[in-house]
Ligand binder design. Structure first.
Ligand code: F6P
Length: 545
């Protein structure tokens, strides 16, 4: 398995990058009047405009060659076959099997997996329907009006992002809330206004041992049992996990348990029963449409030529920006307020997958891998951190996510969003020269001695690369496509970098250390703190008095 950095294409790209640094995006647009048409791509109902990436046709050819040199096609097939491509955990990676059509007799990983997936999906969707319709009721016979998903990381970020994104599709079901943070504030806020008789908690945890989730689940159980009695617990708790024993111990009703599998990573699990809160919120039909969006992107990723392949092109431009143009951060800027949690969702997807320091074989990496992903809904971001993106020294690559129609049913404001997004993309790409600024200031009658100084401050270098991902409207099908688009982008990049995108050893050390630190926090007299923590723990103790 060749790492991208070892290939001939990588060396050619490195040479090419030298030349690219001398060329501006304005220059590229001036040189080719059809650049915007030529550097864009339509597939599976999405339209991506790559013309503001700092590349020409030759560079795209070299990037596609890189995908060939690392044998991306074979790695995609290995994933689909169910090979144990998660080498450190010895597991296949089959989240794509979770979105097969209900009529499929086989899919990624083969027929046995397809059967299990479809059977469990049916159970989960039936449960979602029954909660929505009021067939599943609380212990006193009341209809469920509030569903609370308790989970963290992949057992929270996907569902919370999707429920927010698909709010217009949430009619007719109970309200869905999310509890994740360990400090108890999320739970306190949710139970403040909740009626226990009408509340259903879903404990979502692949492992069922995650400290934060367990603390919140115990707190929720105590709150409920304190109001309705222990006997009420089975009617008010459902769970999704691979850990049947832990669900037994917690007292989860066997009919309210949903299974998942080791071959689904937490950050890829929204498609599984971890998405039950989403299915309850939007209903089974809309949830199936979300799955169908993912499946459409799967088919496209697996079959399209690299230059027509949306996830692969996003991956290649990402590699180009990070490794060749030295842009280590990636801002996600949705121009639909309902995608407010999409950047947070992608943070886990991208950074927990590809934030690695060794290659598959354990050898140290000589190159940067995952970008630092961040972002906010676009027009809010314009009024906070865009200043730095336009004129600051740190540089970022940008993805704009743009709906043509507003999901808020407000065409006038949708036009404002579209115009703002396009204007920003143009400003980032083309900039505004000192000469342009000086000319404008002079026309406005600014005294000549001020013009020179102000023109320097007002100039934008431009040349900031961005991609615009355009779609008609945010609906379940489109959201499924967008999520799978970024999943496959992350996987394709991991293949190029030669890393395992499906483990996350980096999160373990802090968890393990917490086991040592917790007794010091709880009882410092019995568990003397380490020298590095003693002063802080003493201070915390004082402040807690
Ligand atoms: O923080 C690491 C992690 O293992 C994530 O990968 C995962 O999504 C999250 O914790 C939650 O894990 P679980 O679903 O097992 O509670």
């Amino acid at each position: 398995m060749k790492q991208g950095v070892e290939t001939a294409a990588w060396r050619s790209l490195a040479a090419r990058a030298e030349e690219t640094r001398r060329v501006t995006l304005r220059g590229l647009f001036d040189a080719d009047r059809e650049r915007a048409q030529k550097f864009s791509l339509s597939a599976v109902g999405l339209y991506a405009d790559f013309s503001r990436q700092r590349v020409d046709r030759d560079a795209i050819g070299l990037l596609a060659g890189l995908a060939d040199d690392v044998d991306l096609r074979a790695r995609i097939e290995a994933m689909w076959r169910g090979d144990a491509i998660n080498v450190t955990e010895g597991r296949p990676v089959l989240h794509t099997a979770l979105r097969i059509a209900p009529s499929s007799s086989t899919g990624p990983g083969g027929p046995a997996i397809a059967r299990e997936v479809l059977a469990e999906r049916e159970r989960m969707l039936r449960f979602a329907r029954e909660v929505r319709e009021g067939t599943v009721r609380g212990s006193t016979g009341e209809k469920i009006e509030l569903v609370v998903n308790i989970g963290i990381g992949g057992s929270d970020l996907g569902p919370v992002m999707a429920v927010q994104a698909l709010q217009p599709y949430c009619d007719g079901g109970p309200r869905v809330a999310f509890v994740s943070n360990v400090d108890g504030t999320d739970l306190a806020k949710v139970v403040e206004t909740a009626d226990p008789a009408k509340t259903l908690f879903i404990v979502a945890s692949k492992s069922f041992v995650t400290q934060e989730t367990f603390a919140n689940a115990r707190g929720a159980r105590a709150w409920l049992a304190g109001r309705l009695g222990e006997v009420a617990v089975p009617a008010h708790f459902a769970a999704v996990s691979t850990n049947a024993k832990a669900m037994d111990e917690f007292g989860i009703n066997p009919h309210y348990r949903f299974m998942m599998w080791d071959w689904v990573g937490g950050r890829y699990s929204i498609w599984s029963s971890i998405g039950v809160s989403v299915a309850i919120a939007i209903g089974p039909t809309a949830f199936e449409s979300f799955l169908a969006g993912g499946a459409a992107m799967d088919e496209h990723f697996r079959t399209a030529a690299w230059r027509e392949n949306l996830p692969v092109m996003l991956a290649l431009f990402g590699v180009w920006n990070i490794n060749f143009l030295g842009l280590p951060t990636h801002a996600l800027l949705p121009y639909d307020g309902r995608l407010a949690r999409f950047p947070a969702y992608l943070q886990q997807l991208d950074m927990e997958s590809n934030g690695k320091h060794v290659a598959m074989d354990g050898s140290p990496l000589a190159i940067e891998t995952a970008p630092i992903v961040w972002g906010e809904p676009g027009s809010n971001a314009q009024h906070s951190f865009f200043q730095l993106l336009h004129q600051g020294m740190p540089r970022a690559a940008l993805d704009f996510l743009l709906p043509a129609r507003s999901s808020a049913d407000n065409p006038e404001q949708a036009e404002l969003a579209v115009a703002n997004c396009l204007a920003q993309a143009e400003a980032f790409a083309l900039g505004y020269s000192e000469q342009q600024a000086a000319a404008e200031l002079t026309t406005r009658g600014v005294p000549p001695d001020r013009v020179a100084l102000l023109a320097k401050h007002k100039a934008h270098v431009g040349n900031r690369p961005s991609t615009i991902v355009l779609f008609q409207q945010l609906d379940p099908l489109t959201l499924g496509k967008l999520v799978a688009l970024y999943e496959h982008k992350v996987f394709a990049q991991s293949v190029i970098w030669g890393i395992n995108a499906f483990d996350q050893w980096g999160v373990e050390l802090g968890k393990k250390m917490c086991d040592t630190v917790l007794p010091m926090v709880r009882d410092p007299a019995a568990n003397p703190p380490s020298r590095s923590l003693a002063p802080l723990l003493a201070k915390i103790g004082d402040l807690q008095q």
